[in-house]
Ligand binder design. Structure first.
Ligand SMILES: N[C@@H](CCC(=O)N[C@@H](CS)C(=O)NCC(=O)O)C(=O)O
Length: 220
């Protein structure tokens, strides 16, 4: 890590970058947090030189550029030496750890963001019905995490891991964008426990402070 220097996290407050800032807080990794206005594609066009997609988050570390929030969260846990936050090959629930970490964005957050775009950000385009159909689809996609957590405190390995950060963020986002009605009781309780963690609170506060210092409002 020393050779690559301090990791720089480009994000917008409340975006999927929270998975990364939360993982950094839990792992004790000191990141250089750079909060951009949302959406950076239009409001910070110079960012396209760093990340041509214009998406957040992006982690720059040495020569590496990472643009997937769940992968960044895993990476920060590893470089921070926070072995307890990841599940390694040969350990209990290694397969489930990978599965839920990928599931969080690919399967759960995907319909949330289509809802957000169709029903909220671009509501004037007449796509609201489609947006609400994606909201229902999001709700149905919570079944796997709900079943998994029915008799467990955490998703994997009987401890808090990056998989909880990744899935937990999707639930947090649901509350922020008006999808709370789709969150079943067990997942609401799980989110409430995750939100009480010092790492979560610290990440929210770091994003808030960096955002305020830069004069930007939250993404969501
Ligand atoms: N799969 C990526 C998705 C990144 C992404 O689409 N981020 C959204 C914010 S949460 C974004 O940058 N939207 C603005 C845009 O697409 O221009 C991840 O998990 O980080």
């Amino acid at each position: 890590m020393a050779a690559a220097g301090q990791p720089i996290l480009y994000t917008c407050a409340g975006s999927r970058g929270l998975r990364a800032s939360w993982a950094a807080a839990e792992a004790g990794v000191d990141i250089d947090l750079r909060v951009l206005p949302f959406p950076p594609r239009f409001r910070a066009p110079e960012y396209l030189e760093e990340n041509p997609l214009g998406t957040v988050p992006m982690l720059a570390h040495g020569d590496s550029r990472m643009t997937e929030s769940c992968a960044i969260a895993h990476y920060l846990a590893i470089i921070g030496g926070a072995d307890h936050l990841v599940v390694e090959p040969g350990q209990q629930d290694y397969a489930e750890y990978l599965d839920f970490t990928y599931h969080a964005d690919a399967t759960i957050t995907f319909p949330q963001t289509v809802y957000l775009r169709f029903a909220k950000f671009e509501a004037d385009k007449g796509w609201q019905d489609a947006g609400h159909a994606y909201a229902k689809w999001f709700g149905k996609r919570l079944l796997k995490a709900e079943q998994r957590l029915a008799e467990r405190e955490y998703l994997c390995a009987d401890r808090f891991t990056v998989a909880d950060i990744c899935v937990g963020y999707a639930l947090y986002l649901a509350n922020r964008i008006g999808l709370e009605e789709y969150i079943p009781a067990r997942l609401a309780e799980y989110l409430s426990a995750l939100s009480d963690r010092d790492g979560f609170r610290s990440a929210i506060e770091s994003e808030r402070a960096a955002s305020e210092a830069a004069g930007h409002s939250r993404a969501v």
